[in-house]
Design a binder for this molecule. Structure first.
Ligand code: GTP
Ligand code: MG
Length: 150
């Protein structure tokens, strides 16, 4: 089963949108298998965004992301990496359609509310950076047969 790393950023927490983001993934049919509420260190955010090290916004991004609590999560289900990104919208909220999380709840690229893994390979790396293996919960979701036809 495919997994994606989805994280509510500091402004999602501060603006009271934790439930809204979780609701959308739940309603879609995805299964929550891990979640934390925490304030991460700047060093941890530097590791999370290491691929953006060369960008001018990287220091500010890592500082911002560690300035206030975040909600890192692991969601599981069919095509969750690709479909999760569709649900988030574009990196720039201004290019995100209404109906997406970024399209509905934010304006600025540096305050785009939620992170989502951009490939299965990166999802696995990010999950390993944020969660220990024993923090990921294995269980059967009661709705399974009402979500999947297989
Ligand atoms: P994530 O799901 O957060 O990884 O976003 P993304 O995959 O759509 O974009 P990317 O990985 O390229 O960039 C990571 C984050 O850096 C974005 O979500 C933005 O918050 C931030 N970012 C990207 N481009 C810019 C920019 O031009 N200016 C600022 N201030 N922030 C940016
Ligand atoms: Mg990204």
């Amino acid at each position: 089963k495919e997994r994606s790393f989805i994280m509510i950023k500091p402004n999602g927490v501060q603006r009271g949108l934790i439930g809204e983001v979780i609701k959308r993934f739940e309603q879609k049919g995805y299964k929550l298998v891990a979640m934390k509420f925490m304030q991460a260190s700047e060093e941890h955010m530097q590791k999370h965004y290491t691929h953006l090290q060369s960008k001018a916004f990287y220091p500010g991004l890592c500082k911002y992301m560690s300035s206030s609590p975040v909600v890192p999560m692991v969601w599981e289900g069919l095509d969750v990496v690709r479909t999760g990104r569709v649900m988030l919208g574009e990196t720039n909220p201004g290019d995100s359609l209404p109906g997406t999380i970024r399209g509905d709840f934010c304006l600025h690229v540096g305050r785009n509310l939620v992170h989502g893994s951009d490939s299965i390979e990166n999802a696995n790396k990010e999950i390993a950076l944020w969660f220990r293996e024993d923090e990921i919960v294995t269980y059967t979701a009661g709705q399974y047969d009402w979500v999947y036809d297989d």
